[in-house]
Design a protein around this ligand. Structure first.
Ligand code: NI
Length: 252
């Protein structure tokens, strides 16, 4: 059994064949998926998918890219969505100074607002952070106690230690398979097993050999095999531990 802890099956790119995508996931032993909302519309769709499909759970949130359009009305609706059945996290939220699609001055209050909502809702955070580690850590430290996962982890050992010190989990995607990802593969070796999650971030980050194509949750299987090798574990053991971690963290 495996869990894809971060995918975006609500995206229109899955509209034509979503059922097949879910069948292929099941065939690869990916029994559960956390569908992550990244906009208001995406969060609505995330909740709908969780209601429609047994293996899908939902996170609701507003991606930092959307921060410029954030409003009180959106906040109110996200708050309502967070109460729905099978909503297991607030995310993805965070800071992204790399793409700069939204102003930093808007990203910071959005991030804080949704952390507050997560705490009120007693839900964990799914964090996106890019070129913004210092601000991310500062805000999270101020918000403690709070539970979270840093998704698509791509930092160095120093950042890993900071995340672990917060009690956060770290999650790895198929970019671990990339030819030039030696540093990332090295980092994985030093992640305590109890803090490790797996994800695809589908439709993004298709593995080596399929780069540029649409990714999908079934790819958690080869990712888990690769990570098991890095950790010197049997696949079954790695699958068992990461699934336990996911179910404990998202509480399903
Ligand atoms: Ni994502």
């Amino acid at each position: 059994m495996l869990v894809d802890t971060h995918c975006h099956l609500d995206f229109p790119v899955f509209d034509q064949d979503r059922d097949e995508v879910l069948s292929r996931a099941k065939a690869q032993g990916v029994d559960y998926m956390i569908n992550i909302g990244s906009s208001l519309e995406g969060s609505r769709r995330s909740v709908e998918l969780a209601q429609k499909y047994g293996p899908v759970y939902a996170a609701v949130g507003i991606h930092p890219h959307e921060a410029d359009d954030f409003s009180w009305e959106i906040e109110k609706e996200i708050k309502e969505l967070a109460k729905k059945n099978k909503v297991v996290a607030i995310g993805e939220i965070g800071l992204d100074y790399f793409k700069g699609y939204s102003q930093k001055e808007n990203q910071l209050p959005l991030f804080s607002t949704l952390i507050k909502l997560a705490k009120e809702s007693n839900l964990p955070l799914v964090i996106h952070t890019r070129e913004a580690q210092a601000d991310t850590l500062r805000i999270l430290k101020e918000a403690l106690p709070v539970r979270g996962v840093v998704h698509c982890f791509s930092g160095d050992k120093g950042f890993l230690k900071e995340c672990l010190d917060l009690g956060f989990l770290v999650s790895f995607t198929c970019n671990v398979t990339y030819k030039k990802a030696d540093t990332l593969r090295e980092i994985i070796k030093s992640v305590p097993l109890v803090s490790l999650l797996l994800e695809t971030d589908a439709p993004y980050l298709a593995p080596e050999g399929l780069r540029g194509k649409r990714n999908e949750p079934a790819q958690v299987r080869p990712l888990a095999e690769l990570v098991a090798g890095l950790k010197g574990l049997k696949f079954e053991e790695l699958a068992r531990v990461t699934t336990e971690n996911a179910r404990r963290f998202f509480n399903f």
